[in-house]
Write a protein that binds this ligand. Sequence first.
Ligand code: AMP
Ligand code: MG
Length: 358
Amino acid sequence: MKITKRGVLSVLVVLAFAGMVFFFAGRQAAETGKRQELHQRSLFAMDTFFSLKVYGAEAEEGLKTCETKIKELEHCFSVTDPESEIAAANRMGGGQVSYDTYTCVEKALEIGTKTDGALDITLYPVLRAWGFTTGEYHVPEESEITELMQYVNAAGVGTTVNDGQYELILEEGMELDLGAVAKGYTGDCLVEILKQYKVSGGLLDLGGNIQFFGAKPDQTAWKIAVKDPFDVSRQIGILELRGEGAVVTSGNYERYFVDDAGVRYGHILDPETGRPVESDLASVTIVGGTGTESDGLSTALFVKGKEGAIRFWRKYRNFGMILVGQDGCVLVTEDLAPDFELNGDPGKIPQMEILYGA
Ligand code: AMP
Ligand code: MG
């Protein structure tokens, strides 16, 4: 066989081309592998455990930025840290605050108005009297509650923005607690951060507040357990959700104390009485578009009770809801029902009903 110069050249060109194809295919496979890798972070912050699970090429960098943001937000919202922004605002009757504190207060006030005052961030003086923010629980005298209730007035919180400076103005004696929305707001911030990195999806657990976005590499739905409020080691069922949103549950089973007479007092207060809510609900789970709104609504609708929560859902219908009654009944809104599977071993949960609009 005669080997010509042209023949050799052609073979070399073909080999070089094949090499390039292999090189780029290999790089792409490595990229895809990176995109599909699960990156995790667990940390303790805001008095609870955070577990962040994220997929994506730049997930590690994203998670590092999330950790920094969580610490920054803790410094904004913690009422028990005297150095925090909210603690300083409470001492000084307001003052200059960061964009995050300002925005979180604004959103909480909005949800308060929307829920006819069921969510009220000015309850802090009363919450403190019960010991709910410090863990030094006791039942205050009725006179003390009455005295402190004069400072509870969400309509009296002033918010202004001047030349890019954010400011809060609080009436005399008024103090704020963002505990009912802080984790939801934090979740929204983390999702925004992660989207700026090459993150294809994530499931963030902020002490039971769940945020999900994007997709898993195998494209299966996110599986999110809903706790049994009568026995938190169990679940009443599993939600299978896709896309982006938040799942937040509130109930008086989360934090409570029992007095010498055996009476149980939960950490969610009724802004009308300044006393723990005596709800016919054991828990409220909200599935909504954002963490802040879902967190705010789960607390507020727990205050409203079963009928109030149903009325509210029928009016807005832009979120899903799972109510567990004190009688053990589970009510699931019609939009969520196809994505919710009740636990096969129902324990105290006897049945599930679907809640339809109007
Ligand atoms: P969550 O766990 O989101 O339902 O929020 C409950 C926390 O919010 C409590 O531990 C209190 O710090 C605070 N809180 C209790 N009752 C209310 C209320 N009616 N409105 C706003 N914040 C509340
Ligand atoms: Mg809440």
